[in-house]
Design a protein around this ligand. Sequence first.
Ligand code: SF4
Length: 422
Amino acid sequence: MNDHSPISTGCANSPVLKQRGQREVFCGLTGIIWLHRKMQDAFFLVVGSRTCAHLLQSAAGVMIFAEPRFGTAILEEKDLAGLADAHTELDREVARLLSRRPDIKQLFLVGSCPSEVIKLDLARAAERMTQEYAPNVRVLNFSGSGIETTFTQGEDACLASMVPVLPKTDERELLLVGALPDVVEDQAVSLLTEMGVGPIRTLPASRAADQYGIGENTVFALLQPFLGDTHAELERRGARHIPAPFPFGEQGTTAWLRAIALEFGVDEETFERVTAAPRARARKAIDAQAKELRGKSIFFFPDSQLEVPLARFLTTECGMTPLEIGTPYLHAGLVGPDLALIPEGPTISEGQDVDLQLDRAREARADITVCGLGLANPLEAEGLTTKWAIELVFTPVHFYEQAGDLAGLFSRPIRRREVLDL
Ligand code: SF4
């Protein structure tokens, strides 16, 4: 065979429109809403203002727990004016919390815009408290500040803060990285276990006691595309990333599993035996939704950082045409495999200048526009069909069994619009 046709690299080498301007995004505190559900003995203490407390309360207010796993230490005006020793007050607040709540094993001090403005050194505070409360409580810190972040960066910062304190191990193990609902994580673990892959660890683990080590024989697979800092921290500890498309839809999940299977030497027959039935179920579920999506166009504003893998899913599995794929950050080491599967054509943009992008979206008039809450209502008023990006993070959408639901998140607004237009 003498075929000199170039191998398609899809959008992997497409020019990237880089934008820096006003942005419309939620801050990283939002991640606490799903992280606190996952880590059952952790507490997230936001060191912030009443605005931060309101954000958390309104985003999570519908969830009632006997004992909440997050709270806000409010910085009052005198703190902000530098009139009080915020460290002393924080120490007092933490002492009160931990004496009341012996169930807390991991305490995260979460920085915010106000704590950054007054340059409160939470890393130092966390170190001091770790010494004071060891071995019962581990105190870490990360920033959820909204000044220069997008909302999924909160999870990245949180997980990245956990990596340096993991003990060292030489054990060969697979680490799955990203906070997914337990039922979805269990599906992934059970598929891999059936193939004979293991031992499998997860970051974050449900409990601090589920400790494991990390080292040069650790290989890791990312469950979310927004974990760039965590990826860097893991590599710094010697762990090796298994690059793959993200596990969305049937093809994404199969490619993700296959990359791990190859790493662990799983033979093709075993791979087929384990994946054949759930693959068929996923394909059928996607097809039922894709009828409404085929041939339709889509425009992504940068928001959740899921944009590239989702565009890959909607293009290759649902027959949609992406017009612009905007993402807050384009980390080629993470989303490169997905980009390579998207046929050339869409504008790939990184960062945001919201007014310019709104102009492009108005001109494109895609069949569906994925954007943040703040942009959705005005665009709907202009007759565009929208999808809130934040819903994609709060809904279980990974792996085979959720593939139909993921397609449904996009087909439903299109169907609703078609009914309204009749
Ligand atoms: S943007 Fe800043 S001030 Fe507002 S809720 Fe987030 S951390 Fe708090």
